[in-house]
Design a protein around this ligand. Structure first.
Ligand code: Q0N
Length: 286
Protein backbone atom coordinates (compact mmCIF):
# COMPACT_ATOMS: atom_id res chain seq x y z
CA UNK A 1 0.00 0.00 0.00
CA UNK A 2 1.51 3.34 -0.99
CA UNK A 3 0.44 6.84 0.00
CA UNK A 4 1.35 9.96 -1.94
CA UNK A 5 2.89 12.47 0.47
CA UNK A 6 2.26 16.11 -0.31
CA UNK A 7 5.65 17.81 -0.70
CA UNK A 8 4.87 21.16 -2.26
CA UNK A 9 2.42 23.39 -4.01
CA UNK A 10 2.44 26.22 -6.47
CA UNK A 11 -0.39 28.66 -7.05
CA UNK A 12 -2.25 26.17 -9.24
CA UNK A 13 -0.35 22.86 -8.93
CA UNK A 14 0.46 20.27 -6.30
CA UNK A 15 3.46 18.01 -5.93
CA UNK A 16 3.42 14.63 -4.13
CA UNK A 17 6.15 12.10 -3.43
CA UNK A 18 5.26 8.59 -4.65
CA UNK A 19 8.49 7.00 -3.41
CA UNK A 20 12.18 7.94 -3.13
CA UNK A 21 12.56 8.24 -6.89
CA UNK A 22 9.18 9.37 -8.19
CA UNK A 23 6.94 12.42 -7.82
CA UNK A 24 3.35 13.08 -8.85
CA UNK A 25 2.72 16.52 -10.37
CA UNK A 26 -0.98 17.40 -10.35
CA UNK A 27 -2.33 20.33 -12.35
CA UNK A 28 -5.51 21.77 -10.83
CA UNK A 29 -8.19 23.77 -12.65
CA UNK A 30 -7.30 26.89 -10.67
CA UNK A 31 -6.40 29.99 -12.65
CA UNK A 32 -4.49 33.08 -11.60
CA UNK A 33 -4.43 36.54 -13.07
CA UNK A 34 -2.52 39.62 -11.94
CA UNK A 35 -0.74 37.14 -9.58
CA UNK A 36 -3.93 36.26 -7.69
CA UNK A 37 -5.69 32.87 -7.80
CA UNK A 38 -9.36 33.37 -8.68
CA UNK A 39 -12.18 31.79 -6.64
CA UNK A 40 -13.63 30.24 -9.82
CA UNK A 41 -12.04 27.25 -11.58
CA UNK A 42 -11.80 26.63 -15.34
CA UNK A 43 -12.97 23.04 -15.95
CA UNK A 44 -10.27 20.87 -17.59
CA UNK A 45 -7.58 23.58 -17.49
CA UNK A 46 -5.26 21.23 -15.60
CA UNK A 47 -5.87 18.47 -18.16
CA UNK A 48 -5.07 20.83 -21.04
CA UNK A 49 -1.79 21.86 -19.42
CA UNK A 50 -0.81 18.30 -18.54
CA UNK A 51 -1.67 17.05 -22.04
CA UNK A 52 0.32 19.84 -23.66
CA UNK A 53 3.33 19.14 -21.44
CA UNK A 54 3.18 15.45 -22.35
CA UNK A 55 2.91 16.33 -26.04
CA UNK A 56 6.02 18.53 -25.89
CA UNK A 57 7.96 16.07 -23.71
CA UNK A 58 7.38 13.34 -26.28
CA UNK A 59 8.56 15.57 -29.13
CA UNK A 60 11.62 17.11 -27.52
CA UNK A 61 13.33 14.00 -26.10
CA UNK A 62 16.05 14.28 -28.73
CA UNK A 63 16.83 17.82 -27.53
CA UNK A 64 16.91 16.93 -23.84
CA UNK A 65 15.57 14.03 -21.75
CA UNK A 66 12.65 14.89 -19.44
CA UNK A 67 11.23 13.72 -16.12
CA UNK A 68 7.95 12.30 -17.44
CA UNK A 69 7.42 8.63 -16.53
CA UNK A 70 3.66 8.31 -17.13
CA UNK A 71 0.46 10.26 -17.58
CA UNK A 72 -2.25 9.13 -15.18
CA UNK A 73 -5.70 8.20 -16.54
CA UNK A 74 -7.19 11.33 -14.89
CA UNK A 75 -5.33 13.40 -17.52
CA UNK A 76 -4.11 15.96 -14.96
CA UNK A 77 -1.38 14.02 -13.16
CA UNK A 78 2.13 13.19 -14.31
CA UNK A 79 4.36 10.62 -12.65
CA UNK A 80 7.86 12.08 -12.81
CA UNK A 81 11.40 11.05 -12.10
CA UNK A 82 12.73 12.89 -9.09
CA UNK A 83 15.51 15.28 -10.05
CA UNK A 84 17.94 17.54 -8.27
CA UNK A 85 16.56 20.85 -9.55
CA UNK A 86 18.87 23.68 -10.62
CA UNK A 87 18.38 26.80 -8.45
CA UNK A 88 17.58 28.94 -11.50
CA UNK A 89 14.56 29.43 -13.73
CA UNK A 90 15.56 28.97 -17.37
CA UNK A 91 13.66 31.70 -19.22
CA UNK A 92 13.85 32.17 -22.99
CA UNK A 93 12.45 35.27 -24.67
CA UNK A 94 11.75 35.60 -28.37
CA UNK A 95 9.74 38.80 -27.95
CA UNK A 96 10.04 41.87 -25.72
CA UNK A 97 7.35 41.64 -23.04
CA UNK A 98 6.83 41.70 -19.28
CA UNK A 99 10.00 42.12 -17.22
CA UNK A 100 12.12 41.88 -20.40
CA UNK A 101 10.40 44.97 -21.81
CA UNK A 102 10.75 46.76 -18.45
CA UNK A 103 14.49 45.98 -18.26
CA UNK A 104 15.03 47.01 -21.90
CA UNK A 105 13.29 50.36 -21.35
CA UNK A 106 15.41 51.17 -18.31
CA UNK A 107 18.79 49.71 -19.43
CA UNK A 108 18.65 49.07 -23.20
CA UNK A 109 19.30 45.36 -22.59
CA UNK A 110 17.94 42.29 -20.80
CA UNK A 111 19.97 40.15 -18.38
CA UNK A 112 23.29 41.18 -19.90
CA UNK A 113 22.16 40.79 -23.52
CA UNK A 114 22.77 44.00 -25.48
CA UNK A 115 19.83 44.64 -27.81
CA UNK A 116 19.33 46.98 -30.76
CA UNK A 117 17.99 50.46 -30.03
CA UNK A 118 14.44 51.44 -30.87
CA UNK A 119 12.66 48.15 -30.13
CA UNK A 120 8.98 48.59 -29.25
CA UNK A 121 6.94 46.63 -26.70
CA UNK A 122 6.20 43.06 -27.95
CA UNK A 123 8.80 43.36 -30.75
CA UNK A 124 10.31 40.10 -31.94
CA UNK A 125 13.96 39.95 -30.91
CA UNK A 126 16.66 39.45 -33.56
CA UNK A 127 17.41 36.11 -31.86
CA UNK A 128 15.82 34.39 -28.85
CA UNK A 129 17.74 35.15 -25.64
CA UNK A 130 18.30 33.14 -22.45
CA UNK A 131 17.39 35.31 -19.44
CA UNK A 132 17.75 33.26 -16.25
CA UNK A 133 15.95 34.22 -13.07
CA UNK A 134 16.19 33.23 -9.43
CA UNK A 135 13.37 31.31 -7.80
CA UNK A 136 11.50 33.45 -5.32
CA UNK A 137 9.19 31.62 -2.89
CA UNK A 138 6.41 34.20 -2.82
CA UNK A 139 6.20 36.80 -5.54
CA UNK A 140 8.01 37.33 -8.79
CA UNK A 141 11.18 35.59 -9.94
CA UNK A 142 14.00 38.08 -10.27
CA UNK A 143 16.04 38.39 -13.43
CA UNK A 144 19.74 37.78 -12.87
CA UNK A 145 22.79 38.23 -15.07
CA UNK A 146 24.41 35.38 -16.94
CA UNK A 147 27.38 35.72 -14.57
CA UNK A 148 25.15 35.41 -11.50
CA UNK A 149 23.42 32.35 -12.96
CA UNK A 150 26.77 30.75 -13.84
CA UNK A 151 27.88 31.45 -10.26
CA UNK A 152 24.85 29.54 -8.95
CA UNK A 153 25.16 26.40 -11.10
CA UNK A 154 28.73 26.48 -12.47
CA UNK A 155 29.82 27.54 -15.94
CA UNK A 156 29.48 24.15 -17.65
CA UNK A 157 25.93 23.55 -16.41
CA UNK A 158 25.01 27.13 -17.24
CA UNK A 159 26.24 26.70 -20.83
CA UNK A 160 24.36 23.43 -21.20
CA UNK A 161 21.15 24.87 -19.68
CA UNK A 162 21.32 27.83 -22.06
CA UNK A 163 21.92 25.63 -25.11
CA UNK A 164 19.09 23.23 -24.24
CA UNK A 165 16.63 26.02 -23.31
CA UNK A 166 17.23 27.90 -26.56
CA UNK A 167 16.87 24.71 -28.61
CA UNK A 168 13.58 23.82 -26.86
CA UNK A 169 12.19 27.32 -27.37
CA UNK A 170 13.19 27.47 -31.04
CA UNK A 171 11.60 24.09 -31.72
CA UNK A 172 8.32 24.92 -29.97
CA UNK A 173 8.04 28.52 -31.20
CA UNK A 174 8.44 27.43 -34.82
CA UNK A 175 5.97 24.58 -34.35
CA UNK A 176 3.39 26.86 -32.69
CA UNK A 177 3.80 29.71 -35.19
CA UNK A 178 2.69 27.34 -37.96
CA UNK A 179 -0.48 26.75 -35.91
CA UNK A 180 -1.42 30.35 -35.18
CA UNK A 181 0.15 30.73 -31.74
CA UNK A 182 3.06 33.01 -30.87
CA UNK A 183 5.09 31.70 -27.93
CA UNK A 184 6.53 35.03 -26.83
CA UNK A 185 8.60 33.60 -23.99
CA UNK A 186 8.74 30.56 -21.77
CA UNK A 187 10.23 29.22 -18.55
CA UNK A 188 11.86 25.83 -18.10
CA UNK A 189 12.91 24.08 -14.93
CA UNK A 190 15.90 21.82 -15.41
CA UNK A 191 17.45 19.34 -13.04
CA UNK A 192 19.96 16.53 -12.86
CA UNK A 193 18.85 12.90 -12.89
CA UNK A 194 20.56 10.38 -10.58
CA UNK A 195 23.21 9.79 -13.28
CA UNK A 196 23.95 13.53 -13.45
CA UNK A 197 22.27 14.08 -16.82
CA UNK A 198 20.61 17.44 -17.42
CA UNK A 199 16.85 16.74 -17.58
CA UNK A 200 13.74 18.85 -18.28
CA UNK A 201 11.30 18.94 -15.36
CA UNK A 202 8.08 20.65 -14.30
CA UNK A 203 5.45 21.42 -16.94
CA UNK A 204 6.79 22.69 -20.24
CA UNK A 205 5.61 25.00 -23.01
CA UNK A 206 2.14 25.45 -21.56
CA UNK A 207 0.22 28.73 -21.44
CA UNK A 208 0.93 28.88 -17.67
CA UNK A 209 4.71 28.61 -18.14
CA UNK A 210 4.78 30.77 -21.28
CA UNK A 211 3.17 33.79 -22.91
CA UNK A 212 0.90 32.52 -25.71
CA UNK A 213 -0.41 35.20 -28.10
CA UNK A 214 -2.87 34.74 -30.96
CA UNK A 215 -0.72 35.15 -34.11
CA UNK A 216 -3.61 36.75 -36.04
CA UNK A 217 -3.76 39.71 -33.64
CA UNK A 218 0.00 40.20 -33.24
CA UNK A 219 0.79 43.92 -33.47
CA UNK A 220 4.07 45.15 -31.94
CA UNK A 221 4.05 48.59 -30.29
CA UNK A 222 1.97 47.71 -27.21
CA UNK A 223 0.86 44.84 -25.02
CA UNK A 224 -0.66 41.79 -26.72
CA UNK A 225 -3.84 39.93 -25.79
CA UNK A 226 -3.27 36.64 -23.96
CA UNK A 227 -4.32 33.57 -25.93
CA UNK A 228 -5.82 31.92 -22.86
CA UNK A 229 -6.50 34.52 -20.15
CA UNK A 230 -7.75 37.58 -22.05
CA UNK A 231 -11.45 37.05 -21.22
CA UNK A 232 -10.53 36.71 -17.56
CA UNK A 233 -8.40 39.85 -17.58
CA UNK A 234 -11.03 41.85 -19.45
CA UNK A 235 -13.71 40.74 -17.01
CA UNK A 236 -11.57 41.56 -13.96
CA UNK A 237 -10.81 45.02 -15.37
CA UNK A 238 -14.46 45.71 -16.24
CA UNK A 239 -15.53 44.57 -12.76
CA UNK A 240 -13.35 47.34 -11.32
CA UNK A 241 -11.30 44.87 -9.25
CA UNK A 242 -8.30 46.58 -7.57
CA UNK A 243 -6.10 43.46 -8.09
CA UNK A 244 -5.82 42.88 -4.36
CA UNK A 245 -7.18 39.55 -3.04
CA UNK A 246 -9.88 38.40 -3.05
CA UNK A 247 -10.50 38.34 -6.79
CA UNK A 248 -14.07 38.39 -8.12
CA UNK A 249 -15.99 35.24 -9.08
CA UNK A 250 -16.09 34.69 -12.83
CA UNK A 251 -19.47 34.60 -14.61
CA UNK A 252 -20.37 31.43 -16.55
CA UNK A 253 -19.74 33.01 -19.97
CA UNK A 254 -16.19 33.98 -18.97
CA UNK A 255 -15.55 30.47 -17.63
CA UNK A 256 -16.93 28.86 -20.81
CA UNK A 257 -15.05 31.20 -23.15
CA UNK A 258 -11.80 30.66 -21.27
CA UNK A 259 -12.19 26.88 -21.23
CA UNK A 260 -12.81 27.01 -24.98
CA UNK A 261 -9.56 28.95 -25.48
CA UNK A 262 -7.54 26.38 -23.52
CA UNK A 263 -9.09 23.54 -25.50
CA UNK A 264 -8.46 25.43 -28.75
CA UNK A 265 -4.79 25.91 -27.87
CA UNK A 266 -4.51 22.19 -27.08
CA UNK A 267 -6.18 21.10 -30.33
CA UNK A 268 -4.27 23.56 -32.52
CA UNK A 269 -0.89 22.60 -31.11
CA UNK A 270 -1.38 18.85 -30.80
CA UNK A 271 -3.69 18.27 -33.78
CA UNK A 272 -5.55 15.91 -31.40
CA UNK A 273 -9.20 16.29 -30.35
CA UNK A 274 -9.37 17.12 -26.66
CA UNK A 275 -12.09 14.45 -26.17
CA UNK A 276 -9.62 11.85 -27.47
CA UNK A 277 -7.14 13.03 -24.82
CA UNK A 278 -9.79 12.74 -22.08
CA UNK A 279 -10.58 9.18 -23.21
CA UNK A 280 -6.90 8.13 -23.34
CA UNK A 281 -4.25 10.65 -22.20
CA UNK A 282 -1.48 8.56 -23.80
CA UNK A 283 -2.58 9.78 -27.26
CA UNK A 284 -0.38 12.88 -26.85
CA UNK A 285 2.73 10.71 -26.44
CA UNK A 286 2.32 8.76 -29.68
C1 Q0N B 1 10.36 20.11 -8.27
N1 Q0N B 1 9.53 22.16 -8.30
C2 Q0N B 1 9.09 23.47 -8.65
C3 Q0N B 1 4.52 21.82 -8.53
C4 Q0N B 1 5.67 22.39 -9.33
N2 Q0N B 1 11.10 16.15 -11.19
C5 Q0N B 1 11.31 16.88 -10.06
N3 Q0N B 1 12.17 16.43 -9.12
C6 Q0N B 1 12.40 17.11 -8.01
N4 Q0N B 1 11.81 18.26 -7.75
C7 Q0N B 1 10.95 18.82 -8.61
C8 Q0N B 1 10.65 18.12 -9.82
C9 Q0N B 1 9.74 18.65 -10.78
N5 Q0N B 1 9.01 19.08 -11.53
C10 Q0N B 1 10.00 21.16 -9.05
N6 Q0N B 1 9.58 21.79 -7.04
C11 Q0N B 1 10.11 20.54 -6.99
C12 Q0N B 1 7.76 23.51 -9.34
N7 Q0N B 1 6.68 23.01 -8.49
C13 Q0N B 1 6.10 23.99 -7.62
C14 Q0N B 1 4.94 23.39 -6.84
O1 Q0N B 1 3.97 22.80 -7.68
Amino acid sequence: MSEAVHVGSGKVRELYALDDHRLLLVASDRISTFDVVLPTEIPDKGRVLTGLSGFWFARTQAIVPNHLLALRPDGRSMECRRLEMLPIECVVRGYLSGSGWKDYRSTGGVCGHALPEGLVESAQLPEPIFTPATKVQEGHDENITREQAAGLVGQDLFDEAERVSLALYRFAAEYAADRGIVIADTKFELGLDPAGRLTLGDEALTPDSSRFWPADDYAPGGGQPSYDKQFVRDFCESAGWDKEPPAPELPAEVVDGTRARYVEAFERLTGIEFDAYLAEPGVVLA
